[in-house]
Design a protein around this ligand. Structure first.
Ligand code: ZN
Length: 98
């Protein structure tokens, strides 16, 4: 939790950070500068080739065995609440993906 001080210098510093786009708190959490969302995000991969291997069963049906995806385009990160583009924080997002 961030406690805002009445000290005008500290307030000015926070406003400057907000104007520069997505911000992270000292805890490292990404926060959407548009709506304040720090919980729900989605990632979009462009130009994806998805290859799926199947085996055909005796009755003619197919069962998937494995799939492989190759991303040729850009991968973007968005706020799931207001859809603001947070791609500049995508590297941070990938680092924190467990
Ligand atoms: Zn947002």
């Amino acid at each position: 939790m961030t406690i805002l001080s009445k000290n005008s210098h500290i307030k000015f510093t926070i406003d400057q950070a907000t104007l520069q786009g997505p911000v992270t708190r000292p805890s490292g959490r990404i926060i959407c500068p548009e709506c304040g969302n720090d919980l729900l995000f989605f990632e979009v991969a462009e130009e994806v080739t998805l290859t799926t291997s199947y085996v055909q069963n005796p009755d003619g049906s197919f069962t998937p065995q494995s799939d492989d995806s190759r991303i040729l385009g850009e991968v973007k990160l968005f706020c799931a609440e207001c859809r603001h583009d947070l791609s500049r924080f995508h590297n941070r997002f990938v680092e924190m993906l467990f």
